[in-house]
Design a binder for this molecule. Structure first.
Ligand code: KG4
Ligand code: ZN
Length: 336
């Protein structure tokens, strides 16, 4: 069963093909990604209208590319999957529209996929795929969640951010430091040259006793610190970046380990853009090694948004018998 998947929830157009027949885990046949980062950088953030228009421009050339790379033809595609949400409404509508139109033209079913399920399952495409059950730490630009995952489609929310997501904390703090969009990777790079103990920033909800997060106060603390530094900020930027990263990572680490204790599980899956953060990975690896916990990540290039995770999630849901494909081509998107 060949699944063609589209991702267009934000600022990356991703298209991928997986083979979900005869393999325990769908096999990635080909994938292509176009990042809009350069286009949005001039505005300091994603401009939704520009994002939608660019998805329109990229969707079909990327589709032609992945088909060519796989040595298949469009006629070999059995199901067309797309990100239904969450994300930017206009951007989602492009992916959904393209996917459903293509499916209708091919006479094959179309299927919407939850973006976060894509992230959550993306480590199954790695060299070291997890086994169920596991705890998932989902850390993206829009979400910070801890989940107990017992099977494909069986997700129990253990805790989540009550305000900003971890990625947002990275991005907003980076913006305050004058770093380009998207701030996360830039802040992480700058932090390499800084002293993580230089500034004592808050670790909100660290000892709340539950598995919820709160990151909105952190950017205020970073702003206050930046103002206090005044002219000195330029010299201390790396220290402030390192201290910010340390605050975010420490909370994520603490809550992830609490989730492991609470569930008694011995497997942790980390997914979403912030899962690419090297400091987070190092600290999680060390803590998990100490506790005899196996930790799984997506391949680095599949941490941030991509089409492969959407085709994979669709393939895994189909394999698990969770989808009743009705052949209807009406579609809706769920921005939230
Ligand atoms: O999962 P993702 O690509 O998109 C969403 O679904 O939101 O995550 C994007 C987020 C952004 O906030 C970005 O700054 C952050 O992931 N990110 C990082 C790193 N790479 C991406 N944050 C910290 N360190 C990184 N290396
Ligand atoms: Zn994402």
């Amino acid at each position: 069963m060949i699944v063609l998947g589209f991702e267009s929830s934000c600022d990356e157009t991703g298209v991928a093909l997986v083979d979900a027949a005869g393999h325990a885990i769908p096999r990635l046949l080909s994938h292509a990604l176009h990042s809009q980062i350069a286009m949005h950088q001039a505005y300091g953030g994603v401009v939704p209208e520009l994002a939608s228009r660019d998805h329109i421009r990229r969707a079909l050339p990327l589709t032609e590319y992945v088909i060519k790379q796989s040595n298949l033809t469009l006629a070999d595609v059995d199901v067309v999957a797309y990100t239904r949400g969450p994300g930017l409404a206009g951007a989602l509508l492009v992916g959904a529209g393209v996917a459903c139109a293509l499916a209708a033209a091919l006479g094959k079913p179309a299927m919407g996929v939850h973006h976060l399920e894509g992230h959550l399952l993306s480590p199954f495409l790695s060299q070291d795929p997890p086994e169920f059950p596991f705890v998932a730490l989902l850390v993206s630009g829009g979400h910070t969640q801890l989940m107990r995952v017992d099977a494909v489609g069986s997700y129990a929310l253990l805790g989540e951010s009550i305000d900003d997501a971890a990625g947002e904390a990275f991005d907003k703090s980076a913006k305050l430091l004058g770093l380009p969009y998207p701030g996360g990777p830039h802040l992480a790079k700058l932090a390499e040259q800084g002293d993580a103990k230089a500034f004592n920033l808050p670790r909100p909800l660290m000892h709340s006793g539950d598995l919820n997060f709160s990151f909105s106060g952190l950017k205020t603390a970073v702003l206050t610190q930046a103002k206090k530094l005044g002219d000195q900020l330029e010299n201390r930027k790396a220290d402030l970046a390192a201290s910010t990263q340390a605050a975010i990572v420490e909370v994520l680490l603490k809550k992830a380990m609490s989730a492991m204790t609470l569930t008694g599980l011995k497997r942790l899956v980390v997914a979403g853009g912030v899962g690419a953060n090297a400091d987070l990975r190092n600290q999680l690896n060390a803590a998990c090694a100490k506790r005899g916990i196996r930790v799984h990540y997506p391949e680095l290039h599949l941490c941030t948004d991509n089409g492969a995770m959407i085709a994979l999630a669709a393939g895994m849901r189909l394999q698990a018998g969770l989808e009743a494909l009705d052949g209807a081509y009406s579609f809706d998107v769920k921005p939230r």
